[in-house]
Design a protein around this ligand. Structure first.
Ligand SMILES: Nc1ncnc2c1ncn2[C@@H]1O[C@H](COP(=O)(O)OP(=O)(O)OP(=O)(O)O)[C@@H](O)[C@H]1O
Ligand SMILES: [Mg+2]
Length: 321
């Protein structure tokens, strides 16, 4: 996997993008090589989604300054369909499927296979089934999308992209809403796609998955490129990512408080209990804690463990015993 052998698939140079009152991107550079999974990380508002929207023509050429080269050619996408034609597929933070339509209709929407003037549904379904197999989604293509879970819908979006001969697949926070199994499944799929030569840009806040999957990581901060790290050179770790994302050493992410802690107890609760209103059933028993001046106390517990009852019985309307 020597990165020195790889050709550049995409280069964005000196990209600056301004919204009224906000400079979202300032002179950003971003280079992606063929066949790699390149993660894009940064704190909220760093400019990750904006950079990918510039790339995919959501923000048309002319609305930003700087240069986009793909396959060595200067690109001036004016619409998302222009970048699609160049083999770039973007899956946005917000999914964009039509819930009332079936899986295969969604996959081939706008790209139906025609026989003369009519849509060739047999061929359309056959091809949809093929890409569904590729993303390992075992559902009937005639299922309506609204009946699928978020993880499955994500896979339909990817299948849709793959049905179009994609060279560069961009996933903007695909795992944010997924449970652990669906996340794992998606990362496995990305591994498979990498093996098949699909180049991928992944935006994620989940550093563990970035560390697991990335060949390269580019860090953005306040609309600027901070650096590009190479996982195969051992440059990608949780602490290096955090350091570059926040711009400080990891030790001062939680800066030491300067004020002295007070020993003055402002609230002491001693053997507190409460019964359900109008019944003998105890909802709280033997509660003890104290709170010193300037402290914040957190109550943790499962649903029904009595946290709300405690707050209500101490400070609220429910009658305390
Ligand atoms: N359409 C818009 N109009 C005005 N400001 C915008 C617009 N889109 C983004 N911004 C601003 O540009 C900056 C970069 O936003 P962007 O959405 O690219 O960040 P991000 O890195 O994707 O953040 P997140 O991790 O929260 O998704 C932010 O300050 C944001 O408020
Ligand atoms: Mg974003």
């Amino acid at each position: 996997m020597g990165s020195f052998m790889r050709a550049s698939l995409l280069e964005m140079k000196g990209i600056t993008k301004t919204f009224p009152g906000v400079k979202a991107l300032s002179d950003v550079s971003f280079r992606v090589e063929v066949g790699e999974i390149h993660c894009l990380v940064g704190e909220n508002g760093a400019g990750k989604s904006t950079l990918m929207k510039v790339l995919s023509g959501v923000y048309p050429h002319g609305s930003y300054s700087g240069e986009i080269l793909s396959d060595g050619k200067a690109q001036t996408f004016r619409h998302i369909s222009d970048s699609e034609k160049a083999g770039i597929a973007i899956i946005h933070q917000e999914l964009a499927l039509v819930p009332e339509m079936t899986v295969y209709e969604n996959i081939l929407l706008g790209h139906e296979i025609r026989k003369g003037l009519r849509v060739d549904w047999n061929e359309t379904i056959r091809q949809a089934a093929g890409v569904l197999k590729k993303v390992r989604l075992g559902v009937n293509p005639a299922t309506k999308v609204k009946e699928l879970g978020v993880g499955q819908q994500q896979l339909v979006e990817i299948a849709k992209a793959l049905s179009r001969d994609v060279k560069l697949l961009i996933l903007d926070e695909p795992t944010a809403a997924l449970n652990e199994d669906d996340c794992d499944n998606l990362l496995d799929l990305m591994d498979d796609l990498r093996r098949e030569g699909v180049t991928c840009v992944l935006i994620s806040h989940k550093l563990k998955e970035v560390i697991r999957i990335a060949d390269k990581v580019t860090v953005l901060r306040d609309g600027r490129t901070v650096c590009t790290l190479d996982a195969h050179q051992g440059e990608v770790s949780e602490s290096s990512l955090i350091k570059h994302m926040v711009g400080r050493e990891i030790d001062d992410i939680y800066p030491k408080r300067s004020h002295e802690r007070s020993e003055e107890v402002v609230l002491e609760v001693f053997d507190w209990g409460a019964r359900k209103h109008g019944s003998d059933r105890a909802v709280l028993k033997d509660i003890n804690f104290h709170l010193k001046k300037g402290e914040i106390i957190g109550f943790a517990g499962l649903m029904g463990s009595g946290r709300t009852e405690l707050a209500r019985s101490l400070f609220g309307t429910r009658q305390a015993l």
